[in-house]
Design a protein around this ligand. Structure first.
Ligand code: CP
Length: 325
């Protein structure tokens, strides 16, 4: 257990050791138990957490905000339009001032090419911890909740478990790469054999793939890519099936949207779940495109752990804030 996490930024879990991550997971379970028992745990009494959202959110915002209330502090919801950011105030000036008022800041900025850079710039100047609430590259707080959920569903050693990160067909908008990228890097570190499945145009960032390969090598596990959803699902213990964009193939949004339409068969359905191991789980960070990328039967069926997974956002965020702020 690490007791020296005060002030530590959380931009990507790759910058956190296994011991540090395990400390967060351990506290998250403790806080989950305390909440279930109705034991007050005002670990951040009178503290303030700023939540700066460049994009919309259901889970991230509300898990942080409710979590801060339960920890005895307060969370402010901010947007560029509700601050002077839309008028051009810099990341440095914004965070220098907010750090005089409060104790931590979370940022969601998924703009490709600048989202992560924006929060790195804030972290460079911040005297308070900066938490990445999702950017164009990573989504560490979701990944924390996901590994917490997997450890709850598969207690004990995770080695030999097959984790599948599969692309799905979900039209209408181009989803960020942050979720699959965070997961292939993290799950290899936790000793699982990771299979990444997607149509050829939906590649992840080269640096992320390289890092996942390094993580897998160091952990002595497999990290493989397939372009066939059925093949990926065979004998899986954990299926994480969600859509992401073809940004690594084309910078053109219209072309990226058209590419999605080439693969309407990439749906997580009961037949495919039948290819997985008995007792396997289906995961999705949500929002899921119900009836499109995944059938109702799977979302509401026995493999699904969606709502437990979403609940774990709350416990993981609380632990992360309590340890860093
Ligand atoms: N999974 C996730 O980050 O959900 P929100 O976009 O609703 O925060």
């Amino acid at each position: 257990m690490k007791t020296t996490l005060k002030g530590k930024h959380c931009i990507t879990l790759q910058e956190w050791t296994r011991e540090e991550i395990d400390t967060v997971l351990d506290l998250a379970l403790d806080l989950k138990r305390q909440k279930a028992l109705g034991i007050p745990h005002h670990l951040l009494k009178d503290k303030t957490f700023f939540m700066l959202f460049f994009e919309e959110s259901t889970r991230t915002r509300n898990a942080f905000e409710a979590g801060m209330t339960q920890l005895g502090g307060h969370a402010h919801w901010l947007t560029p339009a509700a601050t002077q950011i839309d008028h051009g105030e810099t990341a440095k000036d914004t965070v220098e001032v907010l750090a005089r008022y409060g104790d931590g800041i979370g940022i969601r900025n998924c703009t490709l090419g600048t989202g992560n850079a924006y929060m790195r710039e804030m972290a460079r100047h911040a005297r308070i911890p900066v938490i990445n609430m999702q950017c164009d590259i990573y989504h560490p707080t979701q990944a924390l909740a996901d590994i917490l959920t997997i450890k709850e569903k598969f207690p004990g050693d995770l080695s030999g478990r097959k984790f599948v990160m599969s692309w799905t067909y979900a039209p209408r908008y181009v989803r960020p790469l942050s979720m699959p990228q965070s997961l292939v890097m993290l799950m290899t570190r936790y000793g699982m054999d990771v299979t990444l499945a997607h149509p050829p145009e939906f590649r992840l960032m080269p640096d992320i793939l390289k890092q996942a390969e390094v993580n897998a090598r160091q952990a002595g596990v497999k990290f493989e890519y397939v372009d066939d959803m059925d093949e990926a699902f065979k004998d899986a213990d954990i299926v994480y099936a969600k859509s992401w964009g073809a940004m690594m193939h084309t910078p053109d949004e219209r072309e990226a949207l058209d590419l999605i339409e080439r693969y309407p068969g990439w749906v997580c359905d009961q037949r495919r779940m039948g290819l997985t191991k008995p007792g396997s789980i289906y995961m999705h960070c949500m929002p899921a495109d119900r009836g499109v990328e995944v059938t109702d039967e799977v979302m509401d069926g026995p493999h699904s752990v969606l709502y437990d997974q979403a609940e774990n956002r709350l416990h993981a965020h609380k632990a992360l804030m309590a340890l860093t702020m």
